[in-house]
Design a protein around this ligand. Sequence first.
Ligand SMILES: NC(=O)c1ccc[n+]([C@@H]2O[C@H](COP(=O)([O-])OP(=O)(O)OC[C@H]3O[C@@H](n4cnc5c(N)ncnc54)[C@H](OP(=O)(O)O)[C@@H]3O)[C@@H](O)[C@H]2O)c1
Length: 305
Amino acid sequence: MKILVTGASGLLGLNLSLMMTGTHTLVGVDRNKLAGTPFELIQADLLDPSACSRLLDIARPDAVIHTAALASLEGCEANPDEAHRLNADMPGELAASAARKGIRLIHISTDAVFDGTKTGVYTEDDPPSPPGVYSATKLQGEINVLSAHPEAAVARVNFFGWSLSGTRSLSEFFYNKLSAGQTCNGFTDVWFCPIFVGDLAATLVRMLEKGLSGLYHTVGSEALTKYDFGVRIARRFGFDPGLVIPKSVEESGLTAKRSHNLRLSVHKLSTDLGIEIPGVSTGVEKFYTQAQQGYPQKMRSYQQV
Ligand SMILES: NC(=O)c1ccc[n+]([C@@H]2O[C@H](COP(=O)([O-])OP(=O)(O)OC[C@H]3O[C@@H](n4cnc5c(N)ncnc54)[C@H](OP(=O)(O)O)[C@@H]3O)[C@@H](O)[C@H]2O)c1
C-alpha cells in the first residue's frame, strides 16, 4: 500500500513513516525539517489553499494518514485563528479531496476532546466537551473530516516515544529531566491511556488494511496518572523515581485548561481489529529498548541542518 503521511517531521509522523517503510511505500509531507530519510519527501505548507489536492495528485497514494496539526495546547490558545485553520478547516479540505479521488484516510484527533468530568471511561458514544482552543478545533476537524469523507476513520490518540527534536513527548520530558538528575513534576490528578508510538503506528496501518471507518479511540489499553507514568520511566531506565514530584495539574502554571480524566475505552477498536490493544507496560519496555539501540540518535540524524 502507498501511504501519504502528513506531519512527517512530527512525533507520530516520523515514527510511523520510519516504521512502515519496508512493508509499505511511504511518502512524507514535510516543511524542510527532514533530510536523508529512507522514505520519499514532498515539501508543502498545508496552509497553502491548493496544497491538499496537489499533494494527492503528485503522490497518488492508496491512503493518507493525516497527523499534521498545531498540537501545542498553549500554541493554540495564543493563535486561535491558525489553530482553526490547521486543525479544523484544512482536515476537511484534505478529506474532501481524498473522497473525490477515492483515497482512504485516517485523520488523527485527540483524547482531549473530553473535559474529563465523567466518572469512568469515555467511549465513542460519549458527547465531547472540549475544554480549550486545541480540543475545540480538533473536534471541529473530526466533524469536518467525517462529513466530507464518510469512509474515513478518525483516531483519537495519546502516545509517547522518541522525536526528531528529542523534546516533543511526555516520555522524553521525564527522560531528559531524570537522566540529568533533575526533579520534574508528575501530575497525580490527570489520568490518561498513552500508547507507545510504534504500537500506534502498527494499529493505524491495521485500521487501513481492515478498511475501518468512523470514530475510534486509539489509545493504550491501560490507564494511569501522569505521575505514575513518570515513575515507570524512571524505574525502567534505572533513574531515581523520587525525582518525580507528585503535583496537581492545577498548580502547574500551564495556561491551557487540561482535563483530569482522559481514560478512553479501546473496546470498539479491539473488537473491530480482532486484537488486544497494547498497554503502557510493554510500551515503556519498547521505548527503553529503542534507547539502548541508539534510536533517539538515529531520529535526530534526519534533522535538516
Ligand atoms: N503527542 C500526543 O500525545 C498527542 C495527543 C493527542 C493527539 N495528538 C495528535 O496527534 C497528531 C500528531 O501529533 P504529534 O505529537 O506528532 O505532533 P507534532 O510533533 O507537533 O508534529 C506536528 C506536525 O505537523 C506539521 N505541521 C504543522 N503545521 C503545518 C503546516 N502548515 N504545513 C505542513 N505541516 C505542518 C509539523 O511540521 P513542522 O515540523 O514543519 O512544524 C509537524 O510535522 C496531531 O494531530 C495531534 O493533534 C497528539
